[in-house]
Design a protein around this ligand. Structure first.
Ligand code: PLP
Length: 490
């Protein structure tokens, strides 16, 4: 616990981590073979009474923790979810953030934490070609904030949208409520949030937390599993006729199952006559807006109210960094600003600074901008683009092999770094989605996982499909080809 110990232990920890990431993570089964409660049973029932040396802790990390991990950094075998990558510069920034231990909830709590966040989010916004109205440096009321996850961002945004809609319905001004007004917000269940059957469950959860009604609209294979403006318009009209208050729609840029892109312009046009807040959940797909060739998929973003992209998915940062951009910060501040006496200060009252506590749920906040800053500087915009683009070319490598295979078929068009595929039906006439077909896909999935390649399944239009998500800078083409060979051999 002395500075000397810190230096020695820190050096051995960095060595240990590097060895894990470069070598050892590949030698463990990618999905932990640990049985339930194995780690719990291996640990002593109480904390030690006497201090222990750091070396003992680190060796238990090797002995007990590593075997009970699922190895997300194993780029040779991990193709599940949306494979993230936590780059070394970002890992170092996390260490620095913990070492500096600032708690930047308002500007005066640590000016650098706030200002670095404002600047790096603008830098990222430029790299992603975001409309200028989302940037803090633009003259308007837009701006950005780091949230812990896309789920937190959805709660914050849907609360702001609801309060805005309620105020407008009651012809009240869009200013922050006084403390005494906080409990006067009733009738939330009348408020409706629209999304599609492909929207991530974070939106339903946000509605649960906020007491809002969620309306999940159907998508079809013919529309590429996207939410159409006409579907949204019809649902809004029906709810208005029932006396409900439509407050927001969540569009997705890169859906979780098949990485489909909702048509933002169409959705924004359907939302506009009713002043719905349009939130874009681009948790995964948003990173790809840095690529000119993908940019058309984001057409219409300039007519949307907010946009959230997870830097902890495709932008080389470890969890947690969800960048939330809003075209107008006023409704957010109106919904979330509370300034008790003990947090009053001259800087905040001058109006010249940003206090991010009013843009989020909790009070305390980590110095997360550091990891984004380190990544943007160490990779540069060109490095980020190369990383993101590489994932798409690896996905094509896999998809071409699926298309040429007599045993496999694509289940959806390849999108970004994701390939949805399935075991080709033995009898083409057999209806997809029936129990036998389900069993066929499940058998393939389990066999592939048993051979040490981690992919997951989902459903599209009720049909069971398998998903393979490629990585980035650290993933090699031969690893993707090896994964294909394992899958095809099954
Ligand atoms: N939105 C989409 C489209 C996702 O794919 C995911 C996770 O994969 C999430 C949201 C959840 O993100 P978070 O864990 O940051 O809440």
């Amino acid at each position: 616990t002395s500075p000397h110990d810190f230096l020695r232990a820190g050096t051995s920890l960095l060595r240990w981590l590097t060895a894990y990431r470069e070598v050892h993570c590949r030698s463990y089964p990618v999905i932990s073979a640990s049985r339930p409660n194995a780690l719990r049973d291996a640990l002593p029932p109480a904390a030690p009474e006497a201090p222990e040396p750091f070396s003992a802790i680190l060796s238990d990390c090797t002995r007990l923790i590593l075997p009970a991990l699922t190895h997300w950094e194993n780029s040779a075998k991990f193709f599940a979810y949306f494979k993230p990558h936590s780059s070394y510069p970002a890992v170092l920034a996390e260490l620095m953030a913990a070492g500096l231990n600032v708690m930047g909830f308002d500007w005066i709590a640590s000016p650098a934490a706030t200002e670095l966040e404002v600047v790096t989010l603008d830098w990222l916004g430029d790299i992603l070609h975001l409309p200028p109205r989302f940037l803090s440096r633009a003259p308007g009321p837009g701006g950005a904030v780091i949230q812990g996850s896309a789920g937190e961002a959805a709660i914050v945004v849907l609360l702001a949208a609801t309060r805005r809609a309620q105020r407008r319905a009651a012809s009240l001004p869009e200013t922050a409520p006084p403390l005494s007004d906080v409990h006067s917000d009733t009738n939330r269940h009348r408020c409706v949030v629209y999304c599609s059957d492909q929207t991530h469950a974070i939106v339903t959860k946000a509605c649960l937390v906020l007491g809002l009604s969620v309306c999940s609209l159907p998508t079809t294979a013919a529309d590429g599993y996207t939410l159409r403006g006409a579907t949204l318009s019809a649902a809004i009209a029906a709810h208005l006729a029932e006396g409900k208050l439509p407050v927001a729609v969540v569009a997705t840029s890169g859906t979780t199952t098949s990485c489909a892109f909702d048509p933002l312009a169409e959705i924004a046009a359907a939302a506009a006559p009713h002043s719905l807040w349009v939130h874009v959940d681009a948790a995964y797909g948003g990173a790809y807006a840095c690529l000119d060739e993908v940019l058309p998929l984001f057409a219409g973003l300039d007519a949307c109210d907010s946009f959230c992209v997870n830097a902890h998915k495709k932008l080389l940062c470890p969890f947690d960094l969800a960048a939330l951009y809003v075209a107008d910060r006023t409704p957010l501040l109106a919904a979330l600003s509370l300034t008790p006496e003990y947090l009053r200060n001259d800087a905040s009252e001058s109006g010249a600074v940003v206090d991010f506590e009013h843009w989020q749920l909790g009070l305390g906040r980590r110095f997360r901008a550091l990891k984004l800053w380190f990544v943007l500087r160490r990779f540069g915009a060109s490095g980020i683009r190369a990383h993101v683009r590489r994932g798409t070319s690896l996905a094509l490598t896999f998809a071409q092999r699926v298309e040429a295979s007599p045993f496999l078929s694509l289940a959806a068009p390849v999108s970004l770094s994701l390939v949805c595929f399935r075991c080709a039906p033995l009898h083409p006439a057999a209806a997809a989605g029936d129990a036998a077909d389900d069993e066929l896909q499940t058998a393939l999935l389990e066999a592939v996982k048993a051979k040490g390649v981690f992919i997951i399944h989902s459903r599209l239009g009720g049909v069971k499909i398998l998903r393979l998500a490629c990585g980035g800078v650290e993933q090699r083409r031969r690893e993707v080809i090896a994964a294909f060979e394992v899958i095809e051999a099954e």
